[in-house]
Write a protein that binds this ligand. Structure first.
Ligand code: DGL
Length: 229
């Protein structure tokens, strides 16, 4: 059984994506809303939250835990051996996918904690154009105020943050938080308008599905049971 760890709705989007990709897999989702948002937590807090999340899922039968949450994935290398070995972080996979999609430079939109860790920058090297923090979007998606057709508030906020792309010259934008693909169309539309060029969207959720497939060496098979704790 595949455990999925996230701070909220992003985990539900990931479980939906796994269900579509592997209909006969068994998944167990833990969206730790009690500790959300993760994106404004310290590194020490994130290590504890992520360690506890992995334990909770494995105690309930998960064989492996997908750290769908990019913010939690940034502390994977700092976890104790037992939790590190039982979990799959996704930052490296997202960066690899972005590097394979363009030969140009890549921008990152993520939570404050992810940007602070520079995990994407380390994985992208000199192809990283800029890392932009946008933790406020998490709450907007979580409250259901911003769906595929973003609210005026979300659009205003995105225009403000993505103005950092002006003159930067990037060809791809990593949606480096499980909550962001929900607003992918709006985010990319505004990014293209500001940067005046075509931008490729790289969804961390899609990369999570691919990474799982690769790490397991094939599609997970079970009884098609998808549960939440
Ligand atoms: N969805 C998480 C991520 O992928 C973090 C959201 C939060 O701040 O709780 O980074």
């Amino acid at each position: 059984m595949i455990g999925i760890f996230d701070s909220g709705s992003g985990g539900e989007f990931t479980q939906e994506a796994l269900k579509r990709a592997f209909p006969s897999a068994d998944t167990l989702l833990y969206s730790d809303r009690k500790n959300a948002p993760f994106g404004t937590k310290t590194e020490k807090e994130l290590i504890k939250i992520t360690k506890d999340g992995i334990t909770r899922l494995t105690d309930r039968g998960a064989d492996v835990v997908l750290l769908a949450c990019c913010t939690a994935s940034t502390v994977h290398h700092l976890l104790p051996d037992a939790e590190r070995e039982r979990s799959i972080p996704i930052i490296g996979a997202v960066a690899k996918e972005a590097l394979s999609l363009t030969e140009g430079r890549i921008a990152v939109l993520a939570t404050e904690a992810t940007v602070r860790s520079h995990a994407f920058k380390k994985a992208l090297g000199d192809r990283c154009a800029i890392e932009i923090a946008a933790s406020e979007l998490v709450g907007m998606v979580e409250r259901g105020e911003a769906d595929g057709s973003a609210t005026a508030e979300a659009e205003y906020f995105l225009r403000l943050r993505l103005s950092a792309l002006e003159g930067v010259g990037c060809d791809a934008l990593i949606l480096g938080c499980t909550h962001f693909p929900r607003l992918g169309g709006t985010i990319i539309g505004i990014a293209e308008e500001i940067s005046k060029r075509k931008i490729i969207a790289v969804s961390s959720t899609d990369c999570a599905v691919k990474e799982l497939l690769q790490r397991l060496g094939g599609a997970p098979v079970g009884e098609g049971r998808h549960r939440t704790i």
